[in-house]
Design a protein around this ligand. Structure first.
Ligand code: NAD
Length: 263
């Protein structure tokens, strides 16, 4: 199926590896010009080389710490200078620290707020005015299953991700008349460094090896396995497509059936 986004410019944030990198690959496969960013230059160089080798084009990278407003401004300016516009914004971020109410400091909360919610607001504020002028745009936020079903020991994600959903719904109402859609993809447990690190972190607390924790996670999921990052990226790419033009203000769970609720 032709998704109708060939030649569109996509900026994917926090994308040097994991789900963000997979989204960049999937959009490149559809003929988008992609820009990736993160704090890690080596990973960015290696990921842009991978993408170029697999899909051609000229993937662009920018060093960016999502907790720094100046870096966010520089990223948007650099991508617009490189490609002339941004049509698709994928707001991804690093996962917030794990911990329960006794563990988390004010500083943890502040950093997580800046990374998870404020970075999405800042990128959207800088990019949407041009999407309005061109009367087309896609904003897709990568959130988490925690927006529907809190996960033990992930208080920051459980709290702040819902803010992204509320923000996206409100924003979607404001910009729908300009052919700009705003949606969220909520991954379930996905095989990336993030899930591996969480399993290692939880192994002491739960008295189990990280391998056992990953097996236990899979047992919770009706599909009996974790997602691949590509399966999350496919949903993001569909939401970016021409065919998804009437879907806005929505959250799609890509979780193998893990969320137990009806909606
Ligand atoms: P990952 O750790 O594999 O990759 C995270 C990416 O974010 C990397 O490119 C890293 O360099 C970048 N990053 C981290 N902090 C940054 C910062 N301050 N500034 C700029 N870039 C930064 O993680 P992932 O599994 O791909 O997860 C992506 C998002 O999806 C995270 O927010 C995560 O919490 C969420 N999520 C993941 C899972 C899962 O099971 N993997 C499940 C639900 C939600």
């Amino acid at each position: 199926m032709d998704l109708g986004i060939k030649g569109k410019v996509a900026l994917i944030t926090a994308s040097s590896k994991g789900i963000g990198k997979s989204v960049a690959e999937s959009l490149s496969a559809e003929g988008c010009m992609v820009a990736i960013c993160s704090r890690n230059k080596e990973e960015l160089l290696s990921s842009t080389a991978d993408i170029k080798k697999k899909y051609g084009g000229d993937p662009f990278w920018v060093l960016c710490d999502l907790n720094k407003q100046k870096d966010i401004e520089n990223t948007v300016t650099s991508v617009e200078k490189q490609f002339g516009k941004i049509d698709i914004l994928v707001n991804n971020c690093g996962g917030p620290a794990s911990g329960n109410f006794r563990d988390l400091t004010d500083n943890n909360w502040q950093e997580a707020f800046e990374q998870v919610l404020l970075s999405a607001v800042r990128f959207s504020n800088l990019i949407i005015p041009n999407m309005i002028l061109q009367e087309w745009g896609r904003v897709i936020n990568i959130t988490s299953l925690t927006v529907k079903q809190p996960v033990d020991n992930l208080m920051l994600s459980n709290s702040l991700r819902s803010g992204v959903i509320g923000y996206a719904k409100s924003l979607s109402n404001e910009v729908a008349k300009f052919n700009i859609t705003v949606n969220n993809v909520a991954p379930g447990y996905t095989l990336t460094n993030r899930i591996y690190d969480l399993a290692v972190h939880n192994s002491k607390r739960l008295g189990k090896s990280h391998e056992e924790i990953l097996v236990d996670m899979a047992k919770e999921i009706p599909m009996s396995r974790l997602a691949s990052p590509e399966e999350i990226a496919s949903a993001v790419t569909f939401l970016a497509s021409k065919q998804a033009s009437y879907i806005t203000g929505n959250t799609i769970h890509v979780d193998g059936g893990l969320i137990k609720g009806l909606f």
